[in-house]
Design a protein around this ligand. Sequence first.
Ligand code: NAP
Length: 532
Amino acid sequence: MGWTRTGMAFHRYSLSFLSPRLSAHPLPRSLSATISSHQMSTDAQSVAARLNSAGFIRSQGFIGGKWTDAYDGKTIEVTNPATGEVITNVSCMGGRETNDAIASAQDAFVSWSKQTAAERSKCLRKWYDLIMAHKEELGQLMTLEQGKPLKEAIGEVSYGASFVEFYAEEAKRIYGDIIPATLPDRRLFVLKQPVGVVGAITPWNFPLAMITRKVAPALACGCTVVIKPSELTPLTALAAAELSIQAGIPPGAVNVVMGNASDIGEALLASPQVRKITFTGSTAVGKKLMAGAASTVKKVSLELGGNAPCIIFDDADLDVALKGTLATKFRNSGQTCVCANRILVQEGIYDKFANAFSNAVSSMKVGDGFGEGVVQGPLINDAAVHKVESFLQDAISKGAKVLIGGKRHSLGMTFFEPTVITDVKSEMLLSREEVFGPIAPLLKFKTEEEAIRMANDTNAGLAAYIFTSSIKRSWRVSEALEYGLVGVNEGLISTEVAPFGGVKQSGLGREGSKYGMDEYLEIKYICLGNMS
Ligand code: NAP
């Protein structure tokens, strides 16, 4: 059951690791930021070296149970966003490899879908056990390629694994139905069957959980999958695929291809064998996939972008509101679809909240995810920093004021200061679109009606949060919010046992919970006639 070494996977990284990064000579003061970034990279490098020698760093795609290079030999770099260093080069695949992965998944579907629910459940349970047994290593891998603080990364491994455990159990509960017949000689049944091969396209911000939230229910139902992780974070996905084989999930049931996103997407959309596309990512790409799925009339589920309002009423418990807002805003450096994007604060508590919130934010430690006490890592890449800067610039030019933060962090790279900004108005970009970064915009409101109107004034409808001590208000406002998820006096609400998904342009379908199973099942009606 041990890991096998990948051999060449570490080539580029090893070279940088061997080169002397820290000079024995004292450096001038002006380079102190560079020194600290080099010290961080040394930490990351030793972690990467350990993971590589333990065989955790895979560089090839995974098709039909075999580790496979891109057919034209092309590779892409996977870099550490905290240091900019190359961790490894992975296969850069496209349409041909995807078609082979689909064919493997189709072959595997024939036998996997025929296994008993108990057999599938055992494999999934074993997969869960292996993920949990390796949660430290998977967490380290995630911090390396995605940047989130190690504690948070290990938390994501447990969260990601929880879907595998939950659906191992749920596999045994796919019940059909018997319908009272309308004619005496008939018997009417409803049978639930797996949809078939599933194409699962996932983003970089949750490199494991967005995969297990799709793949575990798909496998539980008897489907097989072709996963396309983000090219920015394929390593966690590849490690999870390796563990799936070790768990006894048969070759071909789980395939991973990465590289040219639009070619892979087109192959998945064009194939009549792929019966379902499940996607988590941006609304723009989700719309393209939805349109593309029309030509073969596939089932589609979409978990897209949000624009979460976080509403703090005058009657809120300030400590609860502070804790919840910090958690929902700054988790993963503000790079989650359910991060508070607009913090609406009632006028009576506005100043008090703004002060206390800024104080709390100013004490957040920013740094490499492997650093002690770090709660905010880097943003994923330079494009993400540019987006944050342009949204901030837009707000400032329209009258918003920066309370704290507001610029790139002195650590350099893609580190950004946790920022609080006031006097934000609904016409600013920060209010209209997801900033996907560590910017907390505060907006003032007077009445409950006004807060609800402001909160719903968006095309997105994923998560919303309210903080209030009134039970009546919490119910009233929860019902009025046009969102798929509502957190009341709580900023972290995702769990494997509850349905996750959006309304309006935040998506279609639900993931997690018993409802997440329906996405991978077809309902078949069987009528037995002439039974008398
Ligand atoms: P993205 O650019 O849409 O990418 C998501 C995935 O789609 C990646 O694997 C990407 O591949 C792939 N992709 C891009 N273009 C494609 C195409 N033409 N055909 C097929 N696949 C394509 O989104 P992202 O920047 O990675 O993620 C951030 C977004 O995800 C945010 O908007 C966030 O709100 C959303 N999100 C939503 C949820 C939710 O549950 N609702 C959860 C997490 C994130 P490459 O990366 O290889 O280009």
